[in-house]
Write a protein that binds this ligand. Structure first.
Ligand code: F6P
Length: 329
C-alpha cells in the first residue's frame, strides 16, 4: 500500500513523533509512505516530502530523531481551499494520480471534519491521530501536545507567581483553548492557582470578587487566575476590567501565554501517546479500517468514528474543578 501522512490545523508537540511511528510501522510491514507537506493545502499543491535520494517517499532514516523535536517537520496549515467542494474533488484526483491508498491525518476537529468530507468522494482508507494541544476530542483520554502545553503553561505560571508574590499582586494568565478549558484546568491545578475560568462553566464575576475578598482577609498576598481564551465571559483583559468594576481588592496584571504553549520538545507522555497512536493508525489501516481516529482510553488503544470525536463536547472531570476550589484557601 501507499500510505500518505500529514499534519493539519494548529501544530502540537509530538506530531513529529507520530509521523515517525507511522513511517516506521508502515515501512517495516513492507508499505510505502508519502509525506504530505502543509496538511490538506499541501495535498492540493502536490507538495510532498522529498527524501535524501530525491524521491517523494519517506524512508526509515527520514524520521531519525523526530520524536524529541517540537513543531511539525511536515509543516501544518488550515486550508480554506479544501473546505470547498471543488477543493475536495481536486484532492481526490491528486490522491488517485499519486496512487495513494490510505491517509493518516494528524490533527484536531477541523482535520477530522475534512477527513469526513474526503471520505464521501474517495474510497481510500483514512485513519487519523489526535494532534491538538486543546485535548478537546472524544475517543481518547488525551491528545498529542496537551501534556507538553500544560507543562509549558505551568512553568510560566510558576515564574509569574514569583512576581505576584514580590509585588503582592493578582495575575490573570490566559491560556489556549478556543472551546475547551482542559489546558486551563490542568494548569490551574498543577500550578496551585486560586481561580480558573473556562467555557464549560459560568464565570460569575460577583462571586469571584467575594472569594478574592475572603482570600485577602485570610492573608493571601498573591493570586493566580487562569483564564481559558474561550471563556464565555471574555478573555483575560475583559475579565480583568469586569473584576475591577465589581470591586476586586487586588492590584492586577494580565499575561497571555499564546503560541508559546504550542512549541517545545514534547514531554515523555506526548512522545509515548504519539508513538502509540501512530503505530495503531497504520495497524488499523492494514486491518481494513477507515473513517476512524486512533486514540488511547484507560491505557488501551481505541478506534472512534471521526464524527464521534467532535460532535459531542469532551467534558472536563468535575472533580478537577472542585479540587482547585477546595485547595484555593
Ligand atoms: O486548536 C489549537 C489552538 O492552539 C487553539 O487553542 C487556539 O485557539 C488556536 O489553535 C490558534 O490558532 P492559530 O495558530 O491559527 O492562531
Amino acid at each position: 500500500m501507499r500510505i500518505g501522512v500529514f499534519c493539519s490545523g494548529g501544530d502540537a508537540p509530538g506530531m513529529n513523533a507520530c509521523v515517525r511511528a507511522v513511517v516506521r510501522r508502515a515501512i517495516s510491514e513492507g508499505h510505502d509512505v508519502v509525506g504530505i507537506n502543509r496538511g490538506y493545502q499541501g495535498l492540493l499543491d502536490e507538495d510532498f516530502f522529498i527524501n535524501a535520494m530525491g524521491e517523494p517517499l519517506m524512508t526509515l532514516r527520514s524520521v531519525s530523531g523526530w520524536s524529541r523535536i517540537g513543531g511539525a517537520f511536515l509543516r501544518s496549515s488550515r486550508s480554506a481551499e479544501f473546505r470547498t467542494e471543488a477543493g475536495v474533488k481536486k484532492a481526490v484526483s491528486i490522491l488517485e494520480k499519486h496512487r495513494i491508498d490510505a491517509l493518516v491525518p494528524i490533527g484536531g476537529d477541523g482535520t477530522f471534519h475534512g477527513a469526513v468530507d474526503l471520505a464521501k468522494l474517495w474510497n481510500g482508507r483514512i485513519v487519523g491521530c489526535p494532534g491538538t494541544i486543546d485535548n478537546d476530542l472524544m475517543g481518547t483520554d488525551f491528545t498529542i501536545g496537551f501534556s507538553t502545553a500544560v507543562q509549558t503553561a505551568v512553568e510560566a505560571v510558576d515564574k509569574i507567581r514569583d512576581t505576584a508574590e514580590s509585588h503582592e499582586r493578582m495575575f490573570l494568565v490566559e491560556v489556549m483553548g478556543r472551546h475547551s478549558g482542559f489546558i486551563a484546568v490542568h494548569t490551574a491545578l498543577a500550578a496551585g492557582a486560586e481561580c480558573v475560568c473556562v467555557p464549560e462553566t459560568k464565570t460569575d464575576i460577583p462571586a469571584i470578587v467575594r472569594d478574592l475578598h475572603q482570600l485577602k482577609a485570610r492573608g493571601k498576598t498573591s493570586v493566580m487566575m487562569i483564564v481559558a481564551e474561550g471563556d464565555e465571559e471574555g478573555d483575560a483583559a475583559k475579565l480583568n476590567e469586569d473584576l475591577k468594576a465589581a470591586g476586586n481588592p487586588f492590584s492586577t496584571r494580565c499575561v497571555i501565554l499564546g503560541h508559546l504553549q504550542r512549541g517545545g520538545s514534547p514531554s515523555p507522555e506526548d512522545r509515548i501517546l504519539a508513538s502509540s497512536v501512530g503505530d495503531s493508525a497504520v495497524g488499523a489501516i492494514l486491518a481494513g479500517q477507515t473513517g476512524v481516529m486512533a486514540g488511547v482510553i484507560g491505557g488501551q488503544p481505541r478506534l472512534t468514528l471521526f464524527e464521534d470525536t467532535y460532535t459531542k463536547h469532551k467534558p472536563i472531570p468535575s472533580e478537577l474543578s472542585s479540587l482547585i476550589e477546595r485547595l484555593a484557601r
